[in-house]
Each structure stands twice: as structure tokens, then as C-alpha cells.
Design a protein around this ligand. Sequence first.
Ligand code: DQA
Length: 148
Amino acid sequence: AKILLLNGPNLNRLGQREPGLYGMQTLGDIEQRLQQQAAEAGTDFACLQSNAEAALIERIHQGAEEGVDMILFNPAAFTHTSVALRDALLAVDTPFIEIHLSNIWAREAFRHHSYFSDIAVGVISGLGAQGYDLAMQAALARLAADRA
Ligand code: DQA
């Protein structure tokens, strides 16, 4: 089984970027922890952060070729703008969990709409970096249930 973690624009600045909103953990901390959780469960893991929509789209397509079973995705600002990323996920038909560090519904009105939530397996928003761990836990449980 294989899980792919994708992070969108500006999330490379986690730890420095608006820490009151997004926390102190760096993306490297989060990726390393999830890598370890996947390894403990005997599951393959890959991750990509990109500030470019095209790179994220290409990685989603490539993931389908590699047989990725589940994507954990924080599309960041693309959440609210990207029909192209939505279509990429629909095109590969890979189940995904949408993650946001902050509670997008408690913020500006333009963040209340997501192009992903209605096609996601589930959405985690507002629980900070822990949201990634919870998403990983849910993904591993689903993959184990699929195998059983
Ligand atoms: C975010 C929320 C988005 O609205 C914002 O553009 C981000 C991060 C979050 O994780 O809370 O870049 O996805």
C-alpha cells in the first residue's frame, strides 16, 4: 500500500509563517513523523510540497501510475481557487483526505468554500499539525480494512 502526502503553496514556510495561526512545527517535522508512522505500518510513503499548481497536478497523475492508494492533501490557497487540481483528483479517482491546519470556516469568507471537500473521503480543519497525524491514522485504518 502507498500513501502520498501533498502540500500546496506557502506550506514550505510552516514554523515561520503566521505561527499563531499555523503553529511552530515545520513541514519537515510533519513529513518525517508521517514517514515514520507509515513505516511502522509497513506502508510506502511519499511526499511533495509545491508552490506550483502544475507540479501538484503532475504528482497526482504520477501517483496513479505508481498505484498510490490514498492521498493526504493540504491544497493551501489552491483549496479556494483550483478547479484544475479538483479535476486532477477526479481524473485519477484516488481517494484523498483534505487537511487544513487552521479552521477555514472560522476565517475570511473567501476561505469558506473548498473545491475539494465534496469529493474528499473526509476533511480535517482547525486541529493544527495534529490534523496530519489524524489523517494518516484514518488512511492506515482504511487501507488495513481494505486488505482484510
Ligand atoms: C490552509 C488554509 C488556507 O485557506 C490557506 O490559504 C493556507 C493554509 C490551512 O492549512 O489552514 O495556505 O490550507
